[in-house]
Design a protein around this ligand. Structure first.
Ligand SMILES: Cc1ncc(COP(=O)(O)O)c(C=O)c1O
Ligand SMILES: [Zn+2]
Length: 379
């Protein structure tokens, strides 16, 4: 596999990617461009996991790969807002969320770099995924989460063998604590390390394959730090560059109105992250006030003719209920892009014949306490 080069998303400085690094000297995040693409004619002979796209995944040696045979989650049609939406059941990963796509790549790279101790922080799902893959690789792991993280996610992190560090205060306080601790161990952050987004891009490859090697017309994804959003843009972008698709799907990024910095940036064409008032939301997974890759996130939406939307928490319980009654039990955060699709249909921004794909990003059992409160008496 070709050697990769880190490129700063702000100042364009370059660094060899064989040397561990998670940030540019200027303080901005890094990315790597992957030029290779998997051979489409070979796919039918490969195992149904996300490593079937091996040539597109920037890990040098097969021996570095840390995998649980994850990926190729089902794509099922579900009626919503008077139309059909294709739901990609990404809660069916080993740790119960789409974050395993990123964790298998990130921890494979960490192993390739020979790093034996890491730390990370998240609202819970990325921490659980990274803890699981680090545990599998025998890599020592500290995980910082906000104090009010769902108990199921905390239980997972501890069970996988990571040291769980709960930080009081808002989500940003957890990141601040983790970044301070990163002076002494490698910061295996899912939003700072671009390898994570090269994992989440397999979401787009799978959708393309499952639609008969076609791109959908539109996708709607939840957006916090943007790993699903940037991953979708990368994945479809690489398919376009290879000539495997003729045009990009429109990408809609959906946030919870109670914590919507990207939506503020979008609405106001701002060129910095605004200070926003923090209001508690059911969508704990995307309660992010400072998405460090916001420029990439905005570009992903703008380039594809999509939009950034913000939806009210009140829209979520009816959707959680409706999907559960169809056998799909998702955590509240995952209902956010479906509320986005409802808004787009209301505003007549989706054509009746357009193929729309939405990921179901996290399992309902991750937030059993919240679902119990909402539906405990069959509400
Ligand atoms: C269930 C769920 N959906 C979506 C997201 C959004 O991911 P990102 O912060 O990478 O945009 C998260 C993040 O933790 C999540 O837990
Ligand atoms: Zn830089």
């Amino acid at each position: 596999m070709a050697k990769h080069v880190f490129r700063c998303v702000d100042c364009a400085s370059e660094f060899p990617a064989e040397v561990p690094r998670w940030r540019c000297g200027c303080g901005a995040p890094l990315d790597v461009d992957v030029k290779e693409i998997f051979p489409r004619a070979e796919l039918s002979k490969r195992r149904p996991n996300l490593w079937r796209y091996r040539e597109s995944l920037p890990i040098q040696d097969d021996g570095s790969i840390v995998s649980l045979d994850e990926g190729m989650t089902p794509l099922v049609p579900v009626p919503l807002a008077g139309r059909e939406v294709h739901c990609k059941l990404d809660f069916l990963f080993p740790t119960g969320s789409f974050k395993d796509r990123g964790a298998t790549l990130l921890i494979s790279k960490v192993r390739e770099w020979g790093i034996r101790e890491v730390l990370g922080d998240s609202s819970g799902n990325a921490a659980a995924a990274i803890a699981a893959y680090a545990g599998r690789a025998g890599i020592d792991c500290d995980m910082y989460v906000p104090e009010d993280t769902s108990p199921a996610k905390c239980a997972q992190i501890s069970a996988y063998g990571a040291r769980l560090v709960k930080i009081p205060g808002p989500r940003q306080a957890t990141t601040d604590a983790a970044m301070e601790a990163a002076a002494s161990r490698f910061y295996a952050s899912h939003f700072w390390n671009c390898w994570f987004n090269h994992g989440t891009k397999t979401w787009a490859f799978e959708v393309w394959e499952q639609l008969g090697q076609r791109a959908p017309d539109a996708v709607a994804v939840p957006a916090g730090h943007g790993s699903m959003l940037i991953g979708a843009h990368k994945g479809f972008g690489e398919l376009l560059a290879a000539g495997y698709i003729g045009r990009m799907p429109r990408i809609f990024a959906v946030q919870a109105a109670r914590c919507a910095p990207l939506h503020e940036i979008w609405k106001g064409s701002l060129n910095a992250i605004p200070e926003i008032e923090i209001r508690p939301t059911l969508a704990e997974g995307i309660s992010i006030t400072k998405p460090i890759r916001w420029k990439q996130m905005v570009a992903a939406v703008r380039e594809t003719g999509g939009e950034v939307l913000a939806v009210e928490d009140e829209a979520l319980p009816p959707l959680l209920r409706a999907f559960a009654r169809r056998g799909i039990l998702m955590e509240p955060t995952s209902a956010v892009p479906f509320a986005g699709v409802e808004a787009l249909v209301r505003e007549k921004k989706l054509g009746a014949r357009e193929t729309v794909v939405v990921p179901v990003t996290g399992h309902g059992l991750k937030a059993a306490d919240k679902l119990e409160k909402l539906f405990g008496k069959n509400g």
